[in-house]
Design a protein around this ligand. Structure first.
Ligand SMILES: O=P(O)(O)OC[C@H]1O[C@H](OP(=O)(O)OP(=O)(O)O)[C@H](O)[C@@H]1O
Ligand SMILES: O=c1cc[nH]c(=O)[nH]1
Ligand SMILES: [Mg+2]
Length: 211
């Protein structure tokens, strides 16, 4: 697994607003969308493209377009859904697969309650969306589902990561075919498995505490 930390002043500025406990849900959602726009630009540098012939008002030229099959976006429900619109704004023709995972609050183990993915992901670039990489269990389970379906180029876009989660991903996926792009790499996990300083429970801050 290859880790990329965005390290950009605009992203850092928006992350500061996002982390603030006084930021209300509507603003939080808007900031997430803006951050995902910026991160998607960076995460899609390696998109597969093909040549296409066109004519400008001045001359013939060879341009490029994103090659088919188009990439698959995979938000991890719930909190990852908050990143989907921002991603699709830049990649409007992507198909979307869904994985629903909830962390067990006592064991911190991921529990999968929904999975709707194409059967065959060979030769398909996949972009996993989840704001939080804490212990890494939820992301590792999702990446494994994609690999089981044949995916070999997987990029996760996250907002905040803990070193513990990064280490788990590196242990589980030692090859270079998995990339994780994060807006911020934080200090550690606390005893409850929350990222410190983090931003709290991303799902609750996006959608409230309903289960
Ligand atoms: O790295 P991990 O230790 O697995 O934790 C990260 C997971 O925790 C959060 O989801 P949560 O379980 O709170 O579900 P929710 O999105 O429905 O709130 C977050 O969105 C990740 O999916
Ligand atoms: O800090 C954390 C850890 C896991 N899930 C969250 O939403 N926040
Ligand atoms: Mg949650």
């Amino acid at each position: 697994m290859q880790l990329h930390v965005a390290n950009h002043p605009l992203i850092d500025h928006k992350m500061t607003l996002l982390r603030d406990e006084r930021t209300p849900s509507p603003v939080f959602r808007e900031l997430v969308a803006e951050l995902v726009n910026l991160l998607t630009y960076e995460a899609t540098r390696g998109l597969h493209v093909e040549d296409v012939q066109l004519r400008t008002p001045v001359s013939e030229m060879t341009g490029t377009r994103v090659r088919e099959p188009l990439p698959l976006a995979v938000p991890i429900i719930r909190a990852g859904l908050g990143m989907l619109d921002g991603f699709l704004k830049l990649m409007p023709n992507c198909e979307v697969g869904f994985v629903g995972i909830r962390r067990n609050e006592e064991t911190l183990q991921p529990e999968t309650y929904a999975k709707r993915l194409p059967d065959n992901l060979a030769h398909r670039q996949c972009f996993v969306l989840d704001p939080m990489l804490a212990t890494g269990g939820s992301l590792a389970a999702t990446v494994q589902f994609l690999k089981d379906a044949g995916a070999s180029e997987i990029t996760a876009i996250c907002l905040v990561a803990a070193p513990e989660g990064v280490e788990l991903m590196q242990r589980e996926f030692p090859e270079d075919d998995v990339h994780v792009l994060v807006a911020a790499l934080d200090e550690r996990l606390n005893d409850d498995g929350y990222i410190v300083p983090g931003l709290g429970d991303a799902g609750d801050r996006l959608y409230g505490v309903a289960v």
